[in-house]
Ligand binder design. Structure first.
Ligand code: SAH
Length: 251
């Protein structure tokens, strides 16, 4: 991706509450399903944390030391402002790093959580390469775009195959987890308010100001057009796909 486009994407997304579908209640639900051992402070990595929507929930809910990883320092700056406001900054260490070159030690973490981000390197690459950083018995909590039906309208199929060819059924994602020596323990779907109220609608409300800040440039308009197309597709076909939240234990 060219530099200007990245700068525009940062500009569009940094002031929003989250950078992908999700929700506070759903992060808490995932933590509950993971059945964490709270008898000692937990070491957690939040990978592809964006501006920290999930990170601050982890920090509020748990006695934990959290490493918040994102390759965009601009998002991590927002995360630091937000975590200070929430009074949880001392629990969070931001780390600007690519998720495919993590500097962690073997068996360092009790939990690895990644919301709406693993697709950047692909689900299978992500979950297999992160496994060694989990303690034996440690928990992986990862959300991944997922087909809800074996049959899909061709327009939708073509769009997502272009955007993310690894999109697949939950059964296929669970099989990948099993093949890479995880024991899948729970799975649930993000409800549509996680896409619309929590992500798409706030983003849509920021389009006009984004275009004005960027002088109605062709590149800015192109980004808005792409986001609008993605939103329209979701509104039309939301019965066919969502994010699945997968909870699995390292065995
Ligand atoms: N978890 C956040 C952000 C999801 S958007 C939320 O739910 O709101 C995906 C995030 O992954 C973005 O913040 C993006 O900057 C980050 N990202 C994309 N590719 C990455 C990579 N290779 N390494 C680290 N972070 C990456």
């Amino acid at each position: 991706m060219e530099d200007l486009q990245i700068q525009l994407l940062i500009d569009l997304h940094r002031s929003n509450f989250r950078q992908g579908p999700g929700g506070e209640a759903e992060t808490k639900q995932a933590l509950k399903l993971a059945g964490l051992d709270k008898s000692h402070p937990l070491k957690i990595a939040d990978i592809g944390c964006g501006t920290g929507a999930s990170t601050v929930v982890l920090a509020r809910e748990l006695d934990a030391e959290i490493t918040a990883v994102d390759f965009l320092p601009e998002f991590l700056e927002e995360l630091q402002i937000r975590s200070k406001k929430e009074g949880v900054a001392e629990k969070i260490t931001p780390l600007s790093c690519s998720m495919d070159a993590l500097p962690f030690s073997e068996e360092e973490f009790d939990v690895i959580l990644s919301e709406g981000a693993v697709y950047n390197i692909g689900f299978e690459t992500g979950i297999s390469s992160w496994r060694r950083f989990l303690k034996p018995g440690g928990k992986l909590i990862v959300s991944e775009i997922t087909w809800l039906s074996a049959a899909r309208p061709s327009e939708l199929q073509a769009y997502w195959k272009g955007e993310y060819p690894e999109i697949d059924l939950a059964s296929a994602k669970i099989e990948i987890l099993e093949r890479h020596h995880y024991s899948p323990e729970a799975y649930f779907l993000l409800p549509s308010h996680c896409w619309l109220e929590n992500y798409y609608h706030p983003m849509r409300s920021s389009f006009d100001a984004f275009l004005a800040r960027n002088h109605q440039s062709a590149q800015a308009k192109e980004i808005v057009a792409c986001e609008k197309a993605e939103i329209a597709l979701y509104e039309k076909y939301r019965d066919y796909y969502s994010y699945g939240v997968y909870i699995a234990k390292r065995i």
